[in-house]
Design a protein around this ligand. Structure first.
Ligand code: HSE
Length: 309
């Protein structure tokens, strides 16, 4: 096998209460990448379509994670990478994570899988850090493993796969404004009041229990964020209205996807998720902000091979 085409999915990080540790994987939006073995050594990005991103491997998220793996393994070949980006950078649905996991996953397949998915995620963290100026894996882990994941620890990296209730659907609205992850992290307080911390970790624990037991009522009552959302939501136009209408339409919960500007809702059943989408669309149709929406079943497979030769 000399060439592989892969699908690298978009993801939702934080999931309201789980800042920097929780995430889930989408299947209706993602990037495609082609990775090819070359006799010439090194990592070369030879094609980027969709968005304007750097070709130098050291300045490109996919290139940085590829180099981290390449320089560790030192294989006797090189790699060419083609990136077909469908996830807009700065959208809040894991654009950099999709690039970061895509290159190493593809190279690993071509080399006969010397690394497991946790090890691949460790290389990807280097790429993600180029974009967000911080080593975190809450978008990388669900892209790599699929479903819901909890990053128990970054150093050493420990990822837990959490079961996905069968009837859970995500609705996403992506207002076409850019919020840089590094900037939206910089505005967060360095300390939190103890009472807020207690509320938050009670919600994280309950959400995990709700996901394990497919308890939709518990999932609903756990999808709250008293620590990060109050600071970030002011930068997302119409956030409060979207959240309110999503809940009225029957969503279990609604919050900021990653560092925004995308907003996610989780619903029990496809029909409710579509109703939530209609309400979200209605709100942004009354503004001059362009937007896109997605309704997606939770992608339990994660990154995958589309073809190889
Ligand atoms: N947990 C991260 C954040 C996700 O909210 O800043 C975005 O990379």
């Amino acid at each position: 096998m000399n060439e592989i085409k892969i699908f690298s999915p978009a993801t939702v990080a934080n999931v309201s209460c789980g800042f920097d540790v929780l995430g889930f994987c989408l299947n209706s939006v993602g990037d495609e990448m082609v990775i090819r073995k070359t006799s010439e050594k090194g990592i070369k990005i030879i094609r980027i379509e969709g968005f304007d991103l750097p070709f130098e491997a050291e300045k490109n998220v996919a290139g940085v994670s590829a180099l981290a793996m390449y320089n560790t393994l030192k294989p006797d070949c090189g790699f060419e990478i083609e990136i077909y980006k469908f996830i807009k950078p700065g959208s809040g649905i894991g654009s950099s994570a999709a690039s970061a996991v895509g290159s190493v996953f593809g190279m690993n397949e071509l080399l006969g899988k010397p690394y497991n998915r946790t090890e691949l995620t460790e290389f990807s963290i280097k790429g993600e850090a180029l974009a967000s100026k911080c080593e975190h894996a809450d978008n990388l882990a669900p892209a790599m493993f699929g479903g819901f994941t909890l990053v128990k620890s970054v150093c050493p990296l420990e990822i837990l796969q959490i079961p996905t209730p069968h009837h859970l659907y995500a609705t996403i609205i992506h207002p076409q404004i850019e919020i840089k992850t590094a900037e939206s992290r910089a505005i967060l307080p360095k300390e939190v009041p103890l009472q807020d911390a207690i509320t938050q970790w009670a919600n994280v624990g309950s959400l995990i229990h709700g996901l394990h037991t497919s308890n939709y009522e518990l999932i609903k009552s756990s999808l709250h964020d008293v620590i990060v959302e109050p600071h970030r939501s002011q930068f997302i136009p119409n956030f409060d209205e979207v959240k309110n209408e999503a809940l009225v339409a029957g969503a279990l919960g609604c919050g900021i996807s990653g560092s925004g500007p995308s907003i996610f809702a989780l619903s029990e059943g496809f029909d409710t998720a579509k109703k939530v989408e209609a309400e979200m669309k209605k709100i942004f149709s009354n503004t001059d902000i362009a937007f896109e929406t997605y309704v997606s079943k939770i992608n339990t497979e994660g990154i995958k091979v589309l073809s190889s030769k």
